[in-house]
Design a protein. Structure first.
Length: 202
């Protein structure tokens, strides 16, 4: 099986998970979706020649890419992963897009770090009560920043929940709901998954 075939099957796996999620979002447990996306990530990071049995027909990659010249087989006849000779302009285009996406992600991260420097601790009674009721092994700080428009979280080892400074919450229940939602992102290490996904996209 060639590299293009492996990537095609990974693409089909992604489309399958997206379709399944759109049809059964409120039927299938959320943890199952997380497990399926973990399989997708593993498939993209560790490409292998074994097909994932999804029970759906996949197009034959050999037919789809037969217009590309093939590299000659190895002289010793050993079983190797066959490659297609992709024209160098396409490789240059792929590299340019890869570097462009990486630059966008890094620039966004650095821009965010510059904004987060102005965040201040939130010491309201409601936040202190919530922190006492929702302790985890990592210390979670709750900050507020006038430069953000909605609640978010960042950091892995020293996670932070960042709240907008100019949008006060109507009551303590709403505040607790927002904080608990962001805490779930911290529990599941969603920041790490985000960076892994960004690396895969590049």
């Amino acid at each position: 099986m060639n590299i293009l075939s492996i990537q095609l099957r990974a693409t089909m796996l992604i489309l399958f998970v997206v379709l399944l999620r759109s049809l059964f979002l409120y039927v299938i447990p959320k943890k199952l979706f997380l497990a399926m996306w973990a399989v997708v990530v593993a498939r993209l990071l560790i490409p292998h020649s074994q097909a994932v049995a999804l029970g759906i027909p996949l197009p034959n990659p050999e037919e789809l890419f037969r217009f590309l010249p093939r590299t000659p087989a190895s002289a010793d006849g050993a079983a190797t992963m066959s490659l297609y000779s992709v024209p160098w302009p396409l490789w240059c285009l792929w590299l340019a897009v890869c570097l462009g996406l990486a630059a966008c992600f890094v620039a966004g991260h650095l821009r965010g770090r510059a904004v987060y420097r102005f965040a201040l601790p939130v010491e309201s009674e409601d936040v202190l009560v919530w922190k006492e009721q929702n302790r985890i092994r990592r210390t979670v700080r709750v900050l507020q920043c006038p430069e953000v428009s909605s609640a978010m979280t960042y950091g892995v080892f020293r996670p932070v929940i960042l709240l907008p400074a100019d949008r006060p919450f109507e009551n303590h229940e709403q505040l607790h709901f927002v904080l608990s939602h962001e805490l779930e992102h911290i529990r599941h290490f969603d920041v790490v998954w985000k960076w892994i996904s960004a690396a895969i996209l590049c």
